[in-house]
Design a protein around this ligand. Sequence first.
Ligand SMILES: [Fe+2]
Ligand SMILES: [Fe+2]
Length: 280
Amino acid sequence: MVSAVVCQETQSARDFLRSLREEIQCHPGVGHSLLGRMLTDPRTRHDFKILASQHYPLVANFTTYMELLLLRAPSSEAKRWLAKVLVDEYGERSHGDDHAASYRAFMHAAGIAPGSEASYPLHPEVVGFIREHYRICTQEPFLVGLGAVGPGHEWSIPTMFEHVMTGLRKAGFAADDMTYWAMHLDQDADHGAWLEEALVAFCETPEAREQIRRGALLSLKAREQFWWGVLDKISSERTKAMLPGVAPATAGAEDTQPTYADLRQGLEIRVDLGAVSDIL
Ligand SMILES: [Fe+2]
Ligand SMILES: [Fe+2]
């Protein structure tokens, strides 16, 4: 029989998770104007090519954040959710194609030549997103990392991707081109549900809840900045196309921006596994 105290704690954990979900849904990183205005301010195929060139590094690094966090997880219970999601990321439910490969298929449909996916100059906010997530997953407490890759991603992606798919349909992409986006509506709904069950056990104390919420909000703050970066790239390309001969304010900025290939090459990551007493 479950005691009244345990029921109360579980209830209160569920209340916390419900309010966190609501907070995430209302966050400007999830409802950014670039996403929410796909019908009123439609985007072209070329705009999506730019979006894809900037978004690819986020897709390609996501599993590494989770693998690093897996190394630091304090118990097998904590590892279980991460491992289940990773198996999907490696292609379990996408015909053996990992999610980065599936994203590359979308990039090719958007006009990016196969083999050139990692050679686009990245906006500083794209680089900032990736560096911030490596920092969170290696230097912050484990639950802050779990908040970032857990609620910060799984509970926000279905809403963001619904908006993107609205824009892709409007721009004339076929259903086959949108496989990466569509599969996340289903898979992340599952990941989010598994996550909720896992988090109930982890958010028993106010300190633990604060860490999970902080991780989610750090991730979404970086996400909001990421979308501003993508919009900045799209706007400067439009200015160039509409006003030939007029240099946009950002002219020359790309000369010094790293590509994803440069960024990955220069990444050095240190992981502190913690004391043995933390896992006993
Ligand atoms: Fe994914
Ligand atoms: Fe997911």
